[in-house]
Design a protein around this ligand. Structure first.
Ligand code: NAG
Ligand code: NAG
Ligand code: NAG
Ligand code: NAG
Ligand code: NAG
Ligand code: NAG
Ligand code: NAG
Ligand code: NAG
Ligand code: NAG
Ligand code: NAG
Ligand code: NAG
Length: 491
């Protein structure tokens, strides 16, 4: 830029030539000097960086562990070895037991230093912080004989994939209060590859375990860490209250990593999920509340859930899902500032006859789709059941769902709202929507058994099932064809 500018002046303003030559030379020199400084400076920085890295490796931690609890422990205090091959289950258990003794004194923090810490599943305790340093990797042992079995979740009746018990999670907790799992972006690595292969080969006799499962607990905070390659779902808070998940990265292959959902809040109340990057082999987020007759009997809803500032990728399922297990009911969910890219579906609600329960008071606001096959989808015939004992007449109630500020590009089918005579979709609202499409002009806003309204103009043009309102929210045209069906799964 500087150079072009100088030359331009040099050629165009001849009279000033004399005065400009020294200026040109001097600015050329200046430029040269600047380039020299940048060039050698970066070389110097690069070298220093390398020296530093070498140094860190040899002697000091890059960041000291912050002090978050009155008592601090190092995993190595309990005989841990971060060599990637020694089994550290006992070290983790001893660390947790030491902290359990301090619960009346404010609890303790277990620091996991840089290294590869192989372990079998272990349990957490209340008033504890598990802190994963930069470069710390907790590695899940792959052989399933190290994974204890647990009873099925009461609201599922089943292991989920298989009847009977299920494998426990790598990091597990139940009936806890006040737990932090945090760090300087250390990693929990489920090494799920063997599990996915065995699942495909159908040689597993029990349901695979999640990476992190916390049950019947409150005040749980998960932040500043990375989870990858879970055998099954990544984070599964079950019947918990007051949970926050902040600034977490969740990774799994986009294909061939079955059921590696990112975060599945299940019968949870008061939960925030924010500032996360999720790219996985199933749903990025799936909000649930139990399955068919078991979920109805357990009767614990998911409610007051805020999901914001997320970037999600899911080639097999959807960015943000609600259901399909929702028999305890799901309400007061707000999804905002979310980008879903290179995915099969964006926002998805799925349920089926037999589920019972409800999905209501759901708001999506400021959602962006980038190269997504189906943007918004509601499906009411997701017929996957625990067993044959479900009530054919237990129809879920769906309604009061708003989509505001929905944008994007490269979407094949922006909207597919598939209600039915038994499960009609009531009081849906669309406002401020513009989604660029890739494929056809017809059948790109598909509806069946939908009642609701569009406020203002939206793109693509809505189906005839919806009432039209102007920007001032005055009725322009009431629909007379709410139950018309225009659903086409062929593209
Ligand atoms: C933890 O222990 C390891 C090995 O003894 C040591 O290198 C590391 O500095 C310790 N970290 C802290 C924070 O004490
Ligand atoms: C964790 O605690 C639960 C409940 O007490 C127990 O069933 C489970 O076996 C424990 N898991 C491990 C790995 O010790
Ligand atoms: C997110 O976590 C990383 C490390 O995991 C940290 O460097 C960064 O400051 C965190 N961001 C926020 C907003 O907390
Ligand atoms: C944390 O680590 C993951 C995996 O290495 C990386 O993708 C992510 O960008 C890191 N997050 C931050 C905030 O540094
Ligand atoms: C599953 O059960 C069968 C029959 O009991 C047994 O032979 C097999 O080893 C089991 N597989 C696993 C992975 O536990
Ligand atoms: C995440 O890490 C950043 C940077 O170290 C820190 O400021 C922030 O408090 C951490 N967030 C949580 C929720 O622990
Ligand atoms: C959840 O947090 C709220 C507000 O901080 C508090 O009033 C409530 O007691 C907490 N609930 C539980 C079960 O910890
Ligand atoms: C909408 O979401 C995007 C992506 O998360 C974010 O960058 C932007 O600031 C949000 N806009 C508003 C008005 O909140
Ligand atoms: C929608 O909300 C209104 C007002 O709160 C309520 O009366 C109605 O039952 C709700 N409908 C559904 C389907 O949840
Ligand atoms: C429809 O939904 C809107 C927003 O979700 C709500 O304000 C309104 O009360 C609902 N109306 C009915 C009749 O349920
Ligand atoms: C559409 O179907 C629903 C559910 O079956 C029914 O309640 C409603 O009256 C029907 N609406 C019209 C306009 O026929």
């Amino acid at each position: 830029m500087v150079e072009t500018f100088t030359f331009g002046r040099f050629y165009n303003q001849r009279p000033e030539l004399k005065r400009l030559i020294p200026a040109f030379i001097s600015s050329y020199r200046t430029l040269f000097a600047i380039l020299w400084i940048i060039g050698f400076g970066s070389l110097f920085m690069w070298q220093r960086d390398n020296v530093d890295r070498f140094w860190i490796f040899k002697t000091v931690q890059e960041h000291p562990f912050p002090v978050l609890r009155p008592f601090l422990f190092n995993l190595t205090d309990f005989g841990g070895k971060g060599d990637g091959t020694t089994l550290n289950t006992k070290a983790f258990e001893r660390g947790v037991a030491a902290i359990a003794k301090l619960r009346k004194k404010g609890g303790g923090q277990l620091n996991v230093p840089a290294g590869y810490w192989l372990t079998a599943p272990f349990n957490l305790t209340s008033h504890m912080t598990l802190f994963l340093s930069e470069g710390a990797v907790i590695l899940a042992v792959q052989d399933e004989k190290y994974w204890p079995l647990m009873p099925p979740l009461p609201s599922y009746g089943y292991g989920r994939e298989r009847p009977g018990p299920r494998y426990c999670s790598l990091i597990h907790g139940q009936n806890l209060k006040d737990v932090d799992i945090t760090g300087h972006n250390g990693t929990i690595d489920g090494q799920g590859q063997t599990w996915w292969t065995k699942h495909r080969q159908k040689v597993l006799n029990y349901t695979r375990g999640p990476l992190l499962q916390i049950m019947w607990s409150s005040d749980i905070r998960i932040s500043n860490i990375t989870l990858r390659d879970s055998p099954f779902w990544n984070i599964h808070p079950y019947d918990c209250k007051n949970i926050s998940i902040t600034n977490v990265t969740i990774l799994a292959p986009l294909f061939g990593a079955p059921n590696t959902d990112g975060i599945d809040p299940d019968s949870c109340e008061n939960m925030v999920i924010e500032d996360c990057y999720i790219s996985v082999g199933d749903d990025g987020i799936a909000i649930k509340s139990g399955w068919d007759q078991y979920g109805i009997a357990y009767g614990q809803p998911s409610t007051n859930i805020l999901v914001r500032n997320l970037v999600v990728q899911s080639m097999v399922s959807a960015g943000i899902s609600i259901g399909s297990e929702m028999s305890g009911g799901i309400s007061n969910v707000r999804v905002e500032n979310v980008i879903v890219w290179n995915s099969r579906r964006g926002m998805r609600i799925k349920t089926a006859p037999g589920r019972g329960g409800y999905i209501r008071h759901i708001t999506y606001e400021n959602v962006t789709f980038d190269n997504v096959r189906v943007g918004i989808v509601i499906k009411t015939n997701y017929n996957e059941h625990a067993d044959d004992g479900y009530d054919r007449k237990a129809f879920p109630i769906l309604g009061n769902i708003s989509f505001i500020g929905i944008h994007g590009q490269g979407v094949r089918v922006p909207v597919r709202l598939h209600g039915s005579d038994d499960i009609p979709l009531r009081n849906l609202t669309f406002r401020d929507m513009s989604v660029g499409t890739t494929y056809k002009k017809k059948h790109i806003f598909q509806c069946a058994f939908v009642q609701g309204r569009v406020i203002g103009t939206i793109f693509p043009a809505p189906c005839d099932n919806l009432d039209l309102y102007n920007e001032q929210e005055q009725l322009v045209k009431r629909s007379s064809s709410q139950n018309i069906t225009d659903i086409d799964y062929d593209f």
